[in-house]
Design a protein around this ligand. Structure first.
Ligand code: C5P
Length: 244
């Protein structure tokens, strides 16, 4: 966006992928690098916002790549580290109470181990090991609910990301639109995954969908670096007007 587009705005961004602890040394995780979220945070900073980045297991190199590296290196930026989905949820809900724009770019585990062992799990032998998992809360949906309950600045915009694949039952856009309406967010950045796109890659191709009067409206499409896509998404989110 043009410098100053987000002057005076507070932007909260989650990035990375959660780790769901199994015992003191093991976790279930995912391959999210945190590049999309750090690119969103960097774009918001460049547009003049005060930014809090909630980083779930983001490598230092990835922060550096986005210009968010050394502590205090970027004025107006605060980085908070979290590990698990429950930790991410608590941190996001707390910080969202004072954010004008909330971006959920983190890959949140759908499930976590039902119990956390206090000591390292022992090898179970030839019969294998069965893990019981329980569903994690949907943080995006909880952010929407918190806003609806009145705990958010007026006009807060909530943005989600969704990696989708199409199949015989629907297109990428149909799945993304349904997800946007189901979760109640204002915007969803939908990207098709597979074939060198999405996770872990530098290039991105996205469709931005907005919720308007109970239906999903395509705002536009953009193909480019994650930095370019981030700038574009933020400017659209700011200029597309209140969706509620
Ligand atoms: O359902 P799915 O994971 O595809 O939705 C993606 C969006 O929802 C992302 O913005 C992600 O950060 C968010 N999400 C969440 N809590 C979950 C799962 C996903 O906030 N438990």
């Amino acid at each position: 966006p043009a410098p100053g587009l987000l002057q005076g705005k507070r932007v909260l961004v989650s990035a990375g992928g959660t780790r769901e602890p199994l015992d003191p040394v093991r976790f279930l995780g995912n391959r999210s690098s945190g590049r999309q979220g750090t690119a969103m945070a960097a774009a918001a900073l460049a547009a003049g916002a005060r930014v809090t980045l909630v980083a779930a297991n983001v490598e230092r190199d990835v922060l550096c790549e986005a210009g968010l590296g050394a502590p205090g290196s970027a004025a107006g930026l605060e980085v908070v580290g979290v590990e698990s989905a429950l930790e991410l949820r608590e941190t996001m809900l707390q910080l969202a109470a004072e954010a004008d724009i909330v971006v959920m770019a983190a890959a949140v585990a759908d499930y976590r181990p039902a119990s956390l062992a206090e000591t390292k799990l022992k090898k179970q032998g030839d019969d294998g090991l069965t893990l019981q998992l329980v569903q994690n809360p949907d943080i995006l949906r909880d952010l929407v609910a918190q806003r609806a309950a009145g705990t958010a600045p007026a006009g807060q915009r909530i943005v989600g990301f969704a990696a989708e694949t199409g199949d015989e039952h629907g297109t990428v856009l149909e799945y993304g639109s349904a997800k946007l309406l189901r979760k109640g967010a204002d915007f969803l950045v939908v990207n098709e995954v597979g074939a060198g796109r999405g996770f872990g890659t530098a290039e991105n191709s996205v469709t931005l969908v907005a919720a308007r009067d109970g239906s999903a409206e395509v705002i536009g499409e953009r193909r480019g670096s994650k930095a370019d896509v981030s700038q574009w998404v933020l400017s659209r989110v700011v200029t597309s007007g209140p969706s509620r």
